[in-house]
Design a protein around this ligand. Sequence first.
Ligand code: NAD
Length: 363
Amino acid sequence: MKIIVTGGAGFIGSMFAAKAVERGDEVIVLDALTYAGHPENLESIKNKSQLVVGDICDAALAYELLCGQGSDAIINFAAESHVDNSISGPGIFIKTNVEGTYSLLEAARKYWNGLTGTKKNNFRFIQISTDEVYGSLGEAGKFNEETPMRPNSPYSASKAAGDHLARAWHETYGLPTIITNCSNNYGPRQFPEKLIPKSILDAISGRKIGIYGDGKNIRDWIHVEDHAEGVQLALVKGKPGETYCFGGNAERNNSETANKICEILDELRPLANGKSYKSQITFITDRPGHDRRYAIDDAKAVRELSFKRKYDFAGGLEATVKWYLENQAWIDSVTDKSSLRANAMSEAIQTPVRWIASPKGSQ
Ligand code: NAD
């Protein structure tokens, strides 16, 4: 299959891209390399895929790539993805997650309109989204594909808007779009702004491990590899116009997750003073509009796509903590260069298509 993976230099997109290459797919990653996008994440496939530095808001670029590759699918992982950033600066979330999705849909529609026969029937536009579009749960119940959207943060509202557009492009124009809504991901190569990698790095750097509010907000954790497999199943088995939810069946409150990380670190890298890393945990002022609980009922994905998770949370979390302990060079690289990359990106996206045979820095 020939696939365009937008946001493929980020956390989940890079896992999906690597697995696609392993399967023998031809992959073009389209990524703006924002602070969250790093060619280092594509290290394992650098000689077997292409990275194009560009913005998903550039419909002409997306169209050119679709035509140039003769694509069978476009998987839209590209997004601004951090809720806290969406509270302090919502504008870029609207630009990337709403306008960017619109631009890709239009590029895909133009390309798809020019296809015929099997190529046209088999083309897919997969919109990657989040369970956060459904809002917040009380103590009971789970989200599923029928749950009405009630986003509470600028991030989730922008993702919900993207999902609505993808659905509408199917209903109105017949574009074969599929939407996936997934719970919180964890695993290797997640930018250290999200709860799990941030807690690990704060712990080992001797900083306070900040937990919002009373620490009782619940997330349903899925390993990034399981999510990537789910997306692949949606691509090959999913029905156009449908939505599929993926979850981890691993509800934990944030306090429990931080404590578990500390326990793993106490084993793997005990502190010289004999204390537990737990002594660094501190509760901080809650995030405004903080959703209380997320949980996913993924029965539809299990039934219709044969979705099956490989990881349980305990084993997956331990492996993740180990990964961060063993990959200091990656941490230094993605954290040190963040601001430089943001600047490089704003220049890169001014230029027309830039084909890069292998990720920057490895040539
Ligand atoms: P990430 O922040 O790690 O990666 C996002 C990638 O998109 C980066 O490589 C970035 O450079 C790229 N990007 C940003 N703006 C762009 C633009 N205008 N043009 C091209 N590329 C751009 O995010 P992630 O955690 O890998 O999430 C990927 C997708 O999955 C997002 O759509 C997110 O909403 C969704 N999702 C994430 C989670 C999670 O827990 N992380 C859960 C469910 C769904």
